[in-house]
Design a protein around this ligand. Structure first.
Ligand code: FES
Length: 128
């Protein structure tokens, strides 16, 4: 279950496998300026400060330049984390617009921690 950490505030959002950054943030009750949600307008760019991601569809050269493909620019509506990532918003703050949905993220955090504990226990059992 990959996570997205928001720099500099430190919120941690839990994504489902193959889920885009934008989808995960909105599912957790957060919002920021977006446009088409389909990789065509370039409005949803954020900066990836750590971790790696890939795109779930080809992105047009008019949306992402060659430089942006290597400098950490992340088109959040199409970016799918390959690891835990850290992002920084561009020119605005991430806004919590639905506190109720934040509970879904909290439950995802609890599931991820329980899974990590179970996997740790499985490792200890297998070493005996
Ligand atoms: S919202 Fe248009 S490219 Fe992401």
């Amino acid at each position: 279950m990959p996570t997205v950490t928001i720099d500099p505030t430190g919120e941690v959002i839990y994504l489902d496998p193959e889920e885009t950054v934008l989808s995960g943030l909105y599912k957790a009750g957060y919002a920021y300026t977006i446009g088409c949600r389909r990789g065509g307008c370039a409005i949803c760019k954020v900066d990836c400060r750590a971790g790696s991601f890939t795109y779930n569809r080809p992105i047009a050269d008019t949306v992402l330049s060659d430089e942006e493909r290597t400098d950490g620019t992340c088109l959040s509506c199409r970016a799918v984390p390959e690891s835990d990532i850290t992002i920084r918003m561009r020119g605005e703050n991430l806004r919590l617009v639905n506190a109720f949905l934040r509970q879904i993220n909290e439950k995802a955090r609890q599931r991820a921690e329980a899974l990590a504990r179970a996997q740790q226990g499985a490792v200890i059992i297998s070493e005996e």
